[in-house]
Design a protein around this ligand. Structure first.
Ligand code: FEC
Length: 311
């Protein structure tokens, strides 16, 4: 019987409780503790989204379970999924260690983010690869899946639904602009020849075409609070410019994210929505993928394809 292949499913991670926010933030800042006002501000954002619950944890758990089910359906008994988080427990290294304890010798790694950047997916892979090499596990990785037909179909369906909702809310009267968005990164990624921007534009263009959207553009969101310059324009600036151009309704499609979490529920649903209201615009957002069957199939098929290299 063929040996079981480990699947390390990697995601950003979120605090376990309010008491955990400081340690989480310190980890994101590579060990340097945030100032008290920075910490208070982050806690306020978590409290504003759902009053002290952290939706990303349950969503990641659901995605890992959903991927396991899908893999089981496609090739029974072949794969076993493990979770590894970037900034919270179980960390990426913990996931690799668990695989080693279970006797796994070969594994595939995949990140719950469709677009490759050396600063995002690349850094997850580096950590997993280092631990796997130390423990003697042969690992191969899915680098990106931003043009997988099933991912594009799931996103297109959501854009079509979102446009219908927006048409109902505005009684079809307004000119609608679709704003594709993703997490900003420091501008210096450009010097590295990073594919992140290009991949995001490829996903956006493919979805716009399939959803027959004429008016769309790409914008950044959630830039970090650091001194260096981040990729822009930020969605708040974009909304301002669009308002000046007379656009009255926008549909935000955060295609760089796959789950309901802080950067969507706060930065878009609270902050961007309030800014739009101020500008007298209607703003809607597409539903996130979470455990969507088409997303689970995207992940499963990408894992199976990558696993060919470890057989
Ligand atoms: O719901 C949650 O608890 C977690 C929401 C969350 C997601 C997420 C995804 C990405 N990030 C990416 C890059 C950076 C860089 C920095 C950075 C900082 C933060 C902070 C919080 C945070 N991120 Fe995040 N990110 C989430 C949350 N992120 C909180 C710290 C406070 C702040 O700046 O707002 C800057 C780090 C530094 O100081 O050097 C860079 C990227 C993604 C999307 C890909 C992925 O999921 O990995 C890229 C979800």
């Amino acid at each position: 019987r063929a040996k079981r292949i480990g699947v390390l499913v990697m995601s950003y991670g979120t605090p376990e409780s309010m008491a955990d926010v400081e340690a989480y933030y310190t980890h994101i800042r590579r060990g340097s503790a945030p100032a008290p006002e920075q910490l208070a501000e982050l806690k306020e954002r978590y409290e504003a989204i759902v009053g002290g619950v952290f939706p990303l944890r349950e969503n990641t758990n659901g995605q890992v379970a959903g991927l396991q089910d899908k893999l089981e359906q496609l090739i029974a008994g072949r794969f076993v999924c493990y979770q590894g988080l970037k900034h919270a427990k179980p960390y990426i290294e913990d996931g690799v260690e668990q695989m080693a304890k279970d006797g796994i010798k070969q594994a595939v790694g995949i990140v719950l983010a469709p677009h490759y950047s050396a600063m995002s997916v690349g850094s997850y892979i580096k950590r997993a690869q280092e631990k796997a090499a130390e423990l003697g596990i042969e690992m191969t990785f899915v680098q990106q899946y931003h043009l997988h037909p099933k991912l594009l179909k799931a996103l297109t369906d959501r854009v079509v639904d979102g446009l219908k909702q927006l048409a109902a809310a505005t009684e079809g009267e307004e000119r609608v602009k679709v704003l594709f968005s993703a997490h900003s990164l420091p501008v210096r990624i450009r010097e590295l020849g990073d594919p992140y921007e290009e991949q995001l534009l490829e996903t956006s263009a493919a979805v716009a075409k399939a959803a027959k959207v004429q008016e769309w553009q790409f914008t950044w969101q959630s830039a970090g609070r650091t001194r260096e310059p981040w990729l822009g324009p930020d969605i708040l600036e974009t909304l301002q410019v669009l308002a000046e151009e007379g656009v009255k309704a926008v549909l935000v499609a955060p295609v760089g994210f796959v789950s309901d979490h802080l950067e969507v529920l706060y930065d878009l649903d609270i902050e961007a929505r309030a800014a739009a209201k101020e500008l007298d615009m209607t703003l809607e957002r597409i539903a996130m993928l979470n455990r969507d069957p088409l997303y689970m199939e995207t992940l499963a098929e990408s894992v199976i394809e990558a696993s060919v290299c470890v057989r």
